[in-house]
Design a binder for this molecule. Structure first.
Ligand code: VG1
Ligand code: CO
Length: 547
């Protein structure tokens, strides 16, 4: 063995099970001795010793130290090439694009996405495969098993000196570490998908005003190069555009509650025709029309799917959505006679469908939309998709949404989040509810003041992969009603402390298109509270966030 490599004996940690999208914990947890090194060693072994790795992340607090520690462990393990973006900053979609472009064996992405940052905030790490997609459940589970039994990790005897602020190639023992430009490869890919000259001629130089909120996450540099330099948007209209380790105190989750700057400015300035906010790592987006008109994520997904021809010359082969997402896209699939796949929460389930060309558009209710150009959801792609559709149709977002409802009917949707609840109590709530719903005793029962909510189906949703027929059970407790309403309940898999309950409400109407969500869901919410007992178990009558 290389004389520069040593085995460092360690105690294994027992809490390194990745959640919906990687391992996310408080920064202070990651700062424990060997915590990060152990997990990286487990990744390296679980992923079958990838020799060529992309490494970068969303710029959050602790990332620079983490990158150095990871380079050390990877190099000591015999990884031959590590590609790091300048300053380590790499959006999740750009990471997926880079892995694919340079044929890396995988990528280590340092992000906790929408979770707050800073010394008291969260840190996160996830592994993506050679196809650029987040590691599937089988691999993350294997990494977890390895982490629990780890007795040592490999380290270089002499720590290398690498400057991430300059383009350069370093030789670290047998390993080459290349510091590269974070944006150019992704920008090139985007340039191949969208008609940039057309977008520039219609949008640039004040012809179409857009406001972009990067929430102090990773997206500032991408928005400035692609939206401003290539398409001609005004730089002043890209706000919160410097990646900050604590996101400037913002909660980089693109929703109506946390993207306050965007929402306020859109409401107060009618000259802005389109607005978009991205999350910390740039894979999710919330799009708004003039005046701050909100398009629900399920509608946004359905409309992009229905108008795929405005983005691509090829026609789409199929669509997919997560179970908790509204079925608006199912109606588009039915009309176009295309398959629609329904998956559990988390992008890792879309990878196999994209790889086999079964789908071209997929998305989630949490404002994540993507296509087959990479294997992650992509906030900027969604922004350009919306711009292309608006320009092609010569209509604003609000009008396009209304046209869509007139054609397909409206899928009402709301998500209620109850954050930081007591984990043990939430588990008891889920156990009790599961017994009730799997037992099917509610089927046929009627709820609501006029008894018009009749239960048609209940259960705990299970995914059977159409690719390898593997089964992923318990992906959401649900109650469906005969009037096309339903609710779904699950616990978040991205939080770092306590439990976050997510309650998703759905309803559909062909005629009633203009009701506000609050009124539309008043009765269904009361029924959901009655059946799930959220108020009793969580001690909350109100959610922390509604989207
Ligand atoms: C949440 C969202 C889910 C998304 C995941 C990762 O997961 O609901 O749709 O894929 O975050 O997104 P959960 O388990 O907390 O509901 V990201 O952009 O935060 O990496
Ligand atoms: Co994200």
């Amino acid at each position: 063995m290389d004389s520069n490599v040593i085995d460092v004996a360690v105690q294994a940690y027992q809490d390194q099970r990745p959640g919906t999208s990687g391992l996310r914990k408080k920064v202070t947890v990651f700062q424990q001795p060997n915590y990060l090194e152990n997990f990286v060693q487990a990744i390296y072994e679980g992923a079958k010793r990838p020799r060529f790795v992309v490494l970068g992340g969303d710029g959050r607090y602790f990332m620079p130290e983490a990158i150095m520690k990871i380079i050390n462990v990877l190099a000591a393990n015999g990884c031959l090439k590590i590609v790091v973006p300048m300053n380590g900053i790499l959006s999740t979609p750009a990471a997926s694009a880079l892995i694919r472009r340079i044929s890396a064996a995988g990528g280590i992405i340092l992000t906790a996405s929408h979770n707050p940052g800073g010394p008291d905030g969260d840190f996160g790490i996830k592994y993506n495969n050679a196809n650029g997609a987040p590691a599937e459940e089988k691999l993350t589970e294997e990494i977890y098993q390895i982490s629990k039994n780890l007795t040592s990790y490999k380290s270089l005897f002499k720590t290398p000196k690498i400057e991430l602020s300059k383009y350069n190639v370093y030789q670290v023992g047998e390993t080459k570490v290349a510091v590269v430009d974070p944006v150019s490869n992704y920008a090139e890919l985007i340039g191949m998908i969208f008609d940039i000259p057309k977008l520039k001629s219609k949008i640039g130089l004040g012809k179409f005003n857009i406001l972009v909120d990067c929430m102090n996450g990773v997206m500032g540099p991408y928005a400035k190069i692609i939206l401003c330099r290539l398409i001609g948007c005004d730089e002043k209209m890209v706000i919160n555009s410097t990646p900050l380790p604590d996101f400037g105190g913002l909660h980089p989750d693109p929703n109506l509650t946390y993207a306050k700057d965007l929402v306020e400015r859109m409401k107060n300035d009618p000259s802005i025709q389109f607005g978009i906010a991205f999350d910390g790592d740039g894979d999710r987006n919330m799009a708004l029309g003039a005046g701050g008109f909100f398009v629900s994520p399920g509608d946004s997904l359905a409309i992009i799917a229905n108008n795929f021809h405005c983005i691509s010359k090829k026609s789409s082969r199929g669509f997919a959505r997560s179970f908790a997402t509204s079925p608006a896209i199912d109606r588009v699939a039915a009309k176009q006679d295309k398959p629609i796949f329904v998956t559990p929460t988390g992008w890792k389930y879309f990878g196999a469908l994209l790889d086999r060309c079964r789908i071209d558009i997929c998305g989630e209710e949490s404002f994540g939309i993507g296509s087959n150009h990479i294997r992650e959801k992509d906030g900027l792609w969604a922004c350009l998709a919306w711009l292309s559709i608006m320009i092609d149709k010569g209509k604003g977002l609000k009008e396009i949404v209304h046209d869509h409802w007139a054609e397909f009917g409206r899928d009402y949707f709301r998500r209620y989040d109850y954050e930081n609840c007591d984990s043990a109590k939430c588990q008891s709530m889920l156990d009790e509810l599961e017994t009730l719903l799997v037992g099917k005793s509610l089927v046929g029962k009627k709820f609501g003041t006029n008894q018009d909510y009749e239960v048609s189906e209940t259960g705990n949703w299970e995914y059977v992969s159409p690719i390898d027929y593997s089964v992923t059970p318990k992906q959401g407790l649900y109650v469906k009603f005969t009037n096309e309403s339903r609710f779904v309940l699950r616990l978040s898999g991205t939080g770092s402390s306590g439990a976050t309950i997510r309650l998703y409400l759905n309803g559909y109407s062909r005629e009633n298109l203009e009701e506000d969500n609050e009124t539309f869901f008043k009765e269904l919410l009361a029924i959901a509270y009655q059946i799930t007992k959220i108020p009793e178990y969580s001690g909350r009558n109100e959610p922390d966030v509604i989207t």
